[in-house]
Design a binder for this molecule. Structure first.
Ligand SMILES: [Zn+2]
Length: 381
């Protein structure tokens, strides 16, 4: 739906995973309420995109491939070059969504916001996940829920990373457990608040209630966390999580979480458990997270204002990998004092290429900060 008055464009995705219908239900509920009450948006446009339709019908996470793991640039190019007949179920969905995104970017007006609604198989507080750019941080911190940074470093080709690389605000919202009615409630509250925070609505009845409900559901946790471990599962796995674990549960080293083909799987380090897997489909058994101290958040925001990549390439052991200056390769045997946490502070995402080489890319230099400079959540920084 579009207002007569021009303004921001907010795009919600629901059902990218077919066994997660709560986002779709919440979007339908909010748009129906707006229509029934004859309430128009105060400005801008609201667009809802239903993700994996064939998988939604089957109530499966996916049919051929995970639709949230095929958005890397190279995979996208390969799929776009295929004929319709050659494409798998999710590749067809990928192309449809890709074309919708291009159309939105061409026909609607900035600033753009993209929000992907999900749920988890385990019990959890509602939470936001973002690629760690400054615009994403500033926008997500106004919601009364915890924010998880850097999960994209562990995932291949999520939808939001693709959108982030185009420079827009993009955040994931995980509203609760798949089949819990509270997950629909939380997602609807989140959508309503987003409409206000982006300026599409100046206000709505029940705004305070939805803020308070989300705050209660998240147990007033408004902290930032970063992922430091992923328990990757092989393609065919037999991983079984033991009953009773939930996201945001702090656990000591050595805690036995589950088993793989009868062998116990224990935590190698202490940490806060995140997204333990209680379903068959999925590539990660669990993640571990830790709180990001507020001094680190402040320091990194300050450091990112500098053009650090120009400086970095003058260091021994650091070089561009491509002519587009998109990625830097760091030889850790030469640049010994550099490590992942330092690059994170400077605004880079990193991937371990091999034992001695890191591949890092800057999250900030593509961000369209100017598009957001007049928003209440970004101006003044
Ligand atoms: Zn999901």
């Amino acid at each position: 739906m579009t207002s007569d008055k021009p303004g921001p464009t907010v795009v919600f995705f629901g059902g990218i995973h077919g066994n997660e219908p709560a986002g779709v239900a919440a979007l339908t509920e909010v748009t129906n309420t707006l229509k029934c009450e004859g309430a128009a948006l105060d400005k801008g446009s609201l667009i809802g995109i239903r993700g994996n339709l064939p998988a939604l019908l089957q109530k499966e996470r996916f049919l051929d491939h995970d639709l949230n793991r095929i958005w890397s640039r190279s995979r996208l190019e390969t799929v776009l070059a295929k004929t319709e007949q050659e494409r798998s179920t999710e590749e067809k969905e990928l192309v449809l969504i890709y074309e919708l995104i291009q159309e939105v970017l061409q026909s609607y007006s900035p600033p753009f916001y993209f929000i992907d609604l999900h749920t988890t198989s385990s019990r959890t507080r509602p939470f936001i996940t973002i690629n760690d750019s400054i615009i994403n941080r500033y926008f997500s911190r106004i919601f009364p829920v915890p924010v998880i940074l850097g999960i994209e470093e562990y995932l291949e080709g999520p939808l939001l990373s693709y959108i982030n690389e185009l420079g827009y605000v993009a955040l994931g919202f995980e509203s609760g457990t798949h089949d819990d009615p509270a997950a629909i409630r939380n997602a609807a509250d989140f959508i309503w608040l987003t409409l206000v925070y982006t300026g599409l609505l100046s206000d709505y009845p029940g705004r305070e209630e939805s803020y308070n409900r989300l705050d209660r559901a998240s147990e007033s946790d408004h902290d930032f966390y970063e992922v430091f471990y992923r328990h990757k599962l092989p393609d065919t796995h037999n991983f079984r999580m033991n009953e009773g674990f939930r996201s945001f549960q702090p656990l000591p080293k050595g805690t036995v979480l589950g088993s793989e083909r009868g062998t116990p799987v224990a935590m190698q380090k202490k940490g806060i458990l995140f997204m333990p897997l209680y379903q068959k489909q999925g590539e990660e058994g669990f993640f571990l997270i830790r709180k990001t101290p507020s001094w680190a958040l402040k320091l990194s925001a300050r450091l990112r204002k500098w053009k650090t990549h120009e400086l970095l390439t003058r260091l021994p052991g650091v070089r561009w990998t491509d002519s587009e200056k998109d990625k830097l390769e760091v030889d850790l045997s030469v640049a010994r004092f550099m490590n992942r946490p330092i690059f994170h502070l400077l605004g880079y995402r990193s991937r371990q290429r091999d034992k001695t080489h890191l591949l890092i890319s800057n999250r900030e230099h593509k961000a369209r900060n100017d598009d957001y400079k007049n928003t209440f959540w970004f101006s003044g920084h």
